[in-house]
Design a protein around this ligand. Structure first.
Ligand SMILES: Cc1cc2nc3c(=O)[nH]c(=O)nc-3n(C[C@H](O)[C@H](O)[C@H](O)COP(=O)(O)O)c2cc1C
Length: 419
């Protein structure tokens, strides 16, 4: 019986262990987590979601405070079109995060940055261009263009000196999305170096509607594989979403996938950015505690724990400090929902907003507990301590479990490390 370690992923000149840890914003997939994957010969991701916040937290900068100071006059204003990102500071924050990470990199693996294109930041094209270019400037091995795929992204960096040598990949959830991207990018004469095919069981935002349960990862991967073969295109395919064991991963590799992208198993790693008490919520979750809902103001369905403090919360929008979801006209669906509730309950001090959430604030505070479908199986990967908590795992332990285990076994819980 084969295991993941019997396969290798070829990306450019690199030969890699075919395990990619997916990007998890905001700073859930930390530099430390990505560094473990790279040290062990695989692929790690950092995320560029709310990177000024990450820089403030990790590198002692004050981007968020300064931006709030600048736009304080607008806090009570429903119109957020004034609130703009300073592009030079955005570049600086991205470079700081990427450079620190790359300087710490050891081993033969790679570190990529997950770039969420649905973060429209009140100037979608300009801010995306800066984010992509400054990550390349700071030496990132490659970029994964994630959800909300902006079809013109390659064109934004085609004149960058690293455009042809950095690894550039995309995440899609359908053959149609891939076809559109390739058609739109044809002019740049460059194909993606890899394609992550994300199915409906993934964490974070989903590339499906609320009918996500009618789709199946293996079917989508097979469809894309058949099309690539027919078109004589040789692009590594990397399935993602619900790959929980080494056996699950090996099954995809045996079917011709180049690697797998995984994330949920690593949410309970010591190196993961979630606070320890939130990691315990992930461990404790049962299948009934997880839902896919429509509260993200991006308009995409998102999977999360039903107990997330973000659900129903009616905090005043924080766009002056954050503002990552503001569209090109300074709109965000949460602002509308919030204003509607304020108008309906004029005397109430603390209002509730049931249908949308202030994504920036709650992701920043780790109050929106997004997770993959199989989060309820995390408890099977650990052991309970005397105080009733689950022991955290090291990222190396989880990585090696994917890499070497056979069948649907999970590594012995005796190998876990106490938190
Ligand atoms: C906590 C969490 C946060 C995530 N955040 C992002 C994100 O910011 N951008 C993104 O493209 N994918 C995100 N994802 C999706 C993962 O990168 C990955 O593709 C997917 O979850 C893999 O499926 P699995 O979690 O079942 O292993 C997130 C997943 C989780 C669990």
């Amino acid at each position: 019986m084969k295991c993941v370690d019997d396969f290798r992923l070829r990306l450019g000149r690199h030969e890699l262990v075919p395990i990619m840890i997916g990007g998890m914003g905001v700073d859930i997939s930390t530099a430390d987590l990505a560094l473990v994957a790279a040290r062990l010969g695989g692929v790690g991701h950092i995320s560029d979601a709310m990177v000024p916040t990450i820089s403030d937290r990790r590198y002692n900068t004050k981007y968020v405070k300064d931006k709030l100071k600048l736009y304080k006059y607008n806090v009570a204003n429903a119109d957020k079109s004034d609130v703009q990102f300073d592009l030079a500071l955005l570049a600086e924050a991205t470079e700081t995060h990427v450079r620190h990470t790359m300087e710490a990199k050891r081993g033969d693996g790679m570190i990529l940055i997950n770039c969420m294109e649905k973060l429209t930041m009140n100037a979608p094209k300009e801010t995306l261009r800066v984010r992509l270019r400054s990550a390349l400037d700071a030496g990132i091995d490659g970029i994964t263009l994630a959800a909300g795929l902006h079809l013109g992204s390659f064109a934004l960096i085609e004149d960058h000196p690293r455009f042809r040598d950095a690894q550039l990949g995309i995440i899609v959830s359908s053959l149609r999305a891939l076809q559109l991207f390739i058609k739109k990018s044809a002019r740049t004469n460059r194909l993606p170096d890899y394609v992550v095919v994300e199915g409906p069981l993934a964490g974070g935002h989903l590339g499906f509607g609320m009918d996500w349960a009618e789709y199946d990862l293996a079917t989508i991967v097979a469809e894309i594989q058949a099309w690539l073969t027919a078109e004589k295109l040789d692009i590594p395919l990397i399935p993602a979403g619900g790959i929980f064991t080494g056996g699950d991963a090996t099954a995809f590799l045996e079917q011709g996938a180049a690697a797998v992208q995984v994330a949920t198993r690593f949410t309970v790693a010591k190196e993961c950015g979630l606070p320890d008490d939130v990691k315990q919520e992930y461990f404790k979750a049962s299948e009934d505690d997880i839902e896919v809902n429509g509260i993200s103001p991006t308009g995409y369905p998102m999977r999360m724990l039903k107990g997330s403090p973000a659900i129903g919360d009616g905090i005043r929008p924080n766009c002056e400090a954050y503002g990552y979801i503001l569209d090109a006209n300074g709109h965000c669906q949460y602002i509308d929902a919030y204003n509607r509730e304020v108008a309906a309950h004029p005397t109430e001090k603390k209002i509730k907003v049931p249908d949308k959430t202030c994504l920036c604030t709650h992701m920043r505070n780790f109050d929106l507990w997004t997770c993959g479908h199989y989060t309820y199986r995390l408890k099977d990967t650990s052991a309970r301590l005397a105080d009733g908590c689950y022991a955290l795992l090291t990222a190396e332990h989880i990585f090696n479990d994917y890499r070497f285990s056979k069948g649907n076994t999970l590594a012995q819980s005796s190998e876990v490390t106490a938190s």
